[in-house]
Each structure stands twice: as structure tokens, then as C-alpha cells.
Design a protein around this ligand. Structure first.
Ligand code: UDP
Length: 258
């Protein structure tokens, strides 16, 4: 692994050159950061869980016709993906008020929104990912008008599907962040927009339907403890792993199933 060329290293993942042109290997680290990486920790087994959870969700979305960069999982921490040109936007979909929406608009956390909201943030660590509108996206050419329409339609389909998927597991999908990329099948064609990056409890807010217990990265942001255990609980409820609670079991289970 160390001999492979690193294409990009982020806070929670590393992208390596893939085995064939047009592919990359996405490696999930245990590193966790929040608040512009001011808060950091290494959470044993988190990368293994996110690799499995993201694989599962991307596969489910593919099955309903949503194009994704996911090709196949390679091992406990790595997946083979299509190389895409990342559109520099974080697309957030919200069903219930929480996090920055609650802070910005003074809306109590947990309030149901009248309809799903789609928001855009410009991907820039230096600028702390500022919120942007359709106007900025068009004026600065971050996405074409057609791509913008496709992104909204895909984001809402992902939201509908995932809301149902998680509801079936007794989990409320409060909000989530996704990213999209352009995939150039061959040089002459128009690129296709596809879902990229990851979908995991690092990028979603997930609340237990009955108790309201947080099963996502807010456990880390807000020092609630039991972060990996909560991610394992999500994986167990989705039927991805059999054990829950005991991280050792989770890691050994996922390790044994590659
Ligand atoms: N999110 C993310 N990466 C980011 C910012 C947000 O994955 O850099 C996710 C976050 O986990 C939540 C949703 O996007 O599910 C909305 O986040 P919000 O704008 O409320 O920001 P936060 O409260 O995380 O600062």
C-alpha cells in the first residue's frame, strides 16, 4: 500500500492511484476531525465501518439508478472507485433543523422542515466552506446550469431513498452532505454527473426514531462518547454487520469478511 502513489490526502480518507486508468483506490482512515480540523482524534475501527456503510449505501443507490463512483470494495479499509473531477461543492440536504441551520436561523434542533432543503457550500478549507447560492455557482462556473439541475434532482432522490432506508432501520435521517463529480467515459463525450466521496455517519445526522439518540459524528463534535459504537449500531441496523456495541467484534467480523 505504501508503494502506491497518493493522489490526494484528506482528513479522513486517502486517494491512491488505481490499478487501471480512470480508477482510484479510496482508503478510509480512523482519523476524525471537526470544526475545521481544530478538534482531532483517532477512533479505532471507524474507517472500517465507514468503508462498509458507504459501500452499502452506494450499492443501494446504484440499484435504483443513481450513478455513483463506487466500483467495489477491495478490503477492510479500501474501495475501488471511478476517477471523477470533483465539483467543488458540498451539497447538504436537510429534513429536520440541526447544526449550522439551527445556529444561523435560530431554529430549534429537531424541528421538522416544511420540505427538504438543498444547500450548497463552496469546498475551501481556507475559506471554511462558505455557503453559496445558485448565482455563485453559475457566475463562477463551478457547475453548468444543466449540472446544477442534475445535482438538485439527484440530491433529492438520494434523500428520499435514504430517508426510507434509514426509517426501516429505526433511524431518522436529519441531514447529510454529499459530493458529486464529472466522469469522462471517453474524451469525446459530455461528462456524466455522479455521486462521489462517501456516505457514512461522518457525513449524515442520524437520530434513533424512538429515543432521539445521536448515531453520527455529532457524538464526536459534542463529546458524547461512544462514537465508534454508534457507527457500529448503524451498520448493524442496516444489516451490514452482525455484532454491535463491541468494536473488537465489529472489526474482527469485517476483517473476516473481505
Ligand atoms: N457535513 C459534512 N462535512 C462538512 C460539513 C457538514 O459532512 O464539512 C454534514 C454534517 O455531518 C451534517 C450536514 O452536513 O450531516 C449539515 O451540516 P451543518 O451545515 O449543520 O454543519 P455542522 O453543524 O456540521 O457544522
Amino acid at each position: 500500500m505504501s508503494k502506491r502513489r497518493i493522489v490526494y490526502e484528506g482528513k479522513a480518507k486517502i486517494l491512491y492511484e488505481g490499478p487501471e486508468p480512470g480508477t482510484l483506490i479510496q482508503y478510509f482512515k480512523d482519523d476524525t476531525t471537526a470544526f475545521d480540523a481544530q478538534k482531532k482524534a483517532v477512533l479505532d475501527g471507524k474507517g472500517v465501518l465507514n468503508n462498509r456503510i458507504s459501500e452499502f449505501i452506494m450499492n443501494q443507490l446504484s440499484a435504483i439508478g443513481i450513478p455513483t463512483h463506487f466500483i467495489r470494495r477491495l478490503n477492510m479499509r479500501e474501495q475501488l472507485i471511478r476517477k471523477v473531477e470533483i465539483i467543488p461543492l458540498e451539497v447538504v440536504v436537510r429534513n429536520i433543523a440541526a447544526g449550522s441551520l439551527s445556529t444561523r436561523l435560530g431554529m430549534p434542533e429537531g424541528q421538522q422542515l416544511p420540505r427538504p432543503l438543498v444547500e450548497f457550500y463552496y469546498k475551501s478549507d481556507a475559506l471554511h466552506d462558505p455557503m453559496v447560492s445558485e448565482e455563485h455557482i453559475a457566475a463562477f462556473g463551478w457547475a453548468t446550469p444543466q449540472e446544477y439541475d442534475d445535482i438538485i434532482a439527484l440530491a433529492l432522490r438520494v434523500n428520499d431513498y435514504m430517508s426510507g432506508l434509514f426509517a426501516g432501520a429505526g433511524i431518522r435521517l436529519v441531514d447529510f452532505k454529499i459530493e458529486f463529480g464529472r466522469y469522462f467515459e471517453n474524451d469525446h463525450d459530455m461528462p456524466r454527473i455522479m455521486l462521489a466521496d462517501e456516505i457514512s455517519p461522518d457525513s449524515c445526522r442520524l437520530w434513533d426514531y424512538k429515543t432521539g439518540e445521536k448515531l453520527d459524528k455529532d457524538r464526536f463534535r459534542r463529546d458524547l462518547g461512544g462514537v465508534t459504537e454508534a457507527y457500529a449500531e448503524v451498520a448493524r441496523r442496516l444489516g451490514i454487520i452482525r455484532e454491535s456495541g463491541d468494536t473488537d467484534n465489529v472489526v474482527s467480523f469485517t476483517g473476516g469478511s473481505k
